[in-house]
Ligand binder design. Structure first.
Ligand code: E4P
Length: 224
């Protein structure tokens, strides 16, 4: 499974881009609005931080297919690079996805809550589908199970569309999606930190430090 960063917080993007093997950034209108910044300045800054080779999944706002396509063209023109147009699943979204697909533009269909929606999105030509794990868990659903069903469904039907699991609240949900064979997960810096840290690791690192210092003091290998 690969990791993307689910935020428009530029400081967090800078940190995670430096310290974690992230393959890109995902946003949605709520994530963008949270930053309270000029839209174009913000998304251009994100593109500058991650560079042209990393994925930028950026969501449209228009409701009609024709306008979604115009927004997609505008986003591609201004941001360039490896870009995926995020479109929530609905009739207009499917129409726009089919047309964008014919134009060779990559789409991520988002706000996916059922395997049936994922299949339709894939048939419309989406490159990625984004099922919302925690929002399902919040209503006594089973987000990881929905992800697992989508993975299975795509395998059975030989569908190449990738599953980009989204909406996470903890590291366990993310890891279970990995075990289910999910292609990618978009998560926050907090969840990335929870995936890397482990008390036994901290204690192992402290032990290395203590033992070394007994013989070599504060010197590192470069000083020897
Ligand atoms: C990402 O693309 C989704 O829009 C996002 O993960 C939703 O997360 P939330 O359920 O925490 O709002």
């Amino acid at each position: 499974m690969i990791y993307l960063l689910d935020t428009a917080d530029v400081e967090s993007i800078k940190r995670c881009n430096e310290f974690y093997p992230i393959e890109g950034v995902t946003t949605n209108p709520s994530i963008i609005a949270k930053e309270k910044k000029d839209f174009w300045e913000l998304v251009e800054e994100i593109r500058n931080i991650i560079g042209n080779d990393k994925m930028f999944h950026i969501q449209t706002r228009a409701e009609k297919a024709e306008d979604i396509i115009k927004e997609a063209m505008l986003l591609i023109g201004r941001l360039g690079g490896e870009i995926y147009i995020k479109i929530p699943i609905c009739e207009e979204g499917l129409k726009a996805t089919m047309q964008l697909n014919q134009m060779g533009i990559k789409v991520t269909m988002t706000a996916i809550f059922t395997p049936a929606q994922a299949l339709l999105a894939a048939r419309a030509g989406a490159s990625f589908v984004a099922p919302y794990v925690n929002r399902l868990d919040n209503i006594l659903g089973d987000g990881v199970d929905v992800v697992a069903q989508i993975v299975e469904e795509f395998k059975k039907h030989d569908i190449q569309t990738k599953v980009l699991a989204a909406s996470f609240k903890n590291a366990e949900q993310v890891h279970k999606c990995a075990l289910a064979g999910c292609h990618s997960a978009t998560i926050t810096e907090g969840t990335l930190k929870n995936l890397v840290s482990y008390p036994m690791t901290d204690s192992a690192i402290k032990g290395f430090d203590k033992d070394w210092k007994k013989v070599y003091g504060d010197k590192i290998i470069l000083d020897l």
